[in-house]
Each structure stands twice: as structure tokens, then as C-alpha cells.
Design a protein around this ligand. Sequence first.
Ligand code: SAH
Length: 215
Amino acid sequence: MNGPDAETKMQFLFALRSKGVTDRRVLAAMEEVDRGLFVRGLFAERAYEDMPLPIACGQTISQPSVVGLMTQALEVHPRDKVLEVGTGSGYQAAILAKLARRVYTVDRHARLVREAQALFQRLQLVNITTMTADGSFGLPDQAPFDRIIVTAAAEDAPGPLLAQLKIGGIMVLPVGQSDTVQTLIRVRRLETGFEYDELRPVRFVPLLEGLGKDG
Ligand code: SAH
């Protein structure tokens, strides 16, 4: 495992900071997790650029600055139990694993879950539990969660996920009517209901129903 050289790493972290990722714990976690391990084949050499890149099953690994901004907005504490919907490459889950007590991550593509799990083992990220499932329904057996992050876009925050958020909990997710115009939002669960904040425009792959074809 080589990882990026010092210059590349410095540029990677500089790009994150210049896009607004300022939380020191988030930056430290992103410095520790080598994005190059989560991107394969032709695109591997572009792993340290601030760009989304294609992964297996027609999906994408998100842009590093978006990963950073979402993680920052999630305000993860060391004792938190976090649910991620949309494992993809596993990159976001690996960063969450550095910040939280336990991470549950689900994807509808069994192949992506298998490959991410192999990486988590290799990196000794023992506090991540992977699962192949339609994450729109959350994980009722493990609920409630302190934090929920969704890395695929739905029209609205899925009801089961809202229901599985603890009071005082935070969920960060992209919502939007189309594949091109989406907004990243943060939902806080209060004693009396939910508070919504719009964070910024984003572009994610859609949250789809059921399991992927390889599942
Ligand atoms: N967080 C990922 C990027 C995810 S791309 C990373 O760090 O690389 C979005 C992922 O959401 C895709 O892998 C897609 O298969 C998954 N997805 C889409 N709809 C889903 C659903 N209903 N349940 C679970 N996963 C879903």
C-alpha cells in the first residue's frame, strides 16, 4: 500500500479546505483514509483530484469535497451509531468509521458491498457492518441511529429513515425531483418534530427501489 506522495496529499487536503471543509477531525480522517484504494482501474490515478469517479455497477464515488462537507454537516461524535445508505466504494463509510463508534452501511448492489467489505477488512476498520439491502427502509433491527447519511438522491427524506433517527439526531441527504437539480439538506430531529436546513446544490445518483441486478 503506497498511498499518495506528500505533494499530492497536500494538494488533496488543500482542495478540501478551499471548498469549505474546515473541521479538523474530518480533515484528519480524510488524511488517514487513502481514496486511491477505493477507486479501481483506469480512474485510479485520478483518485486525489476533487472529482466524482465511476466505480462498478454504474455508480460513482462522490467528490472528496462533497464527502467532507457532508461528513462535517453530520457533526459525528465518537460515541455515535451511524447509518449510511449507499455504500458504493466504501470511501464515505471508512471516513465515518474513523469518527464514530459504529457504522452500518447498506447498498442495493451485493457486488459493491462485497468489495467494500474486503477493503474494510484490509484496513482493519472493524467497527463497520455492511449489508445488502434497499436502504430506503433503513435498518429497523439496529435503529435508532444518532446519525444517518444518504449518498443517493430521493425526492424527499424517506419516512422510515426519519423514523429511525434518534431525538437530537441528524440526517444529511441529497433531495431533488430530477437527476440534475438536487439540494443537500440537513434534518435534525427535535422533541417536537423535524427541522430542515438547505446546505448547497449537489448532484448524486438516484436512490432506487429494491436490490440491484447483481444482488
Ligand atoms: N458513499 C459512496 C458513494 C455512493 S454512490 C462512496 O463513498 O463511494 C450511491 C450508492 O447508492 C450506489 O452504490 C447505489 O447502488 C446506492 N443506492 C441507490 N439506491 C439505494 C437504495 N435504495 N438502498 C441502498 N443503496 C442504494
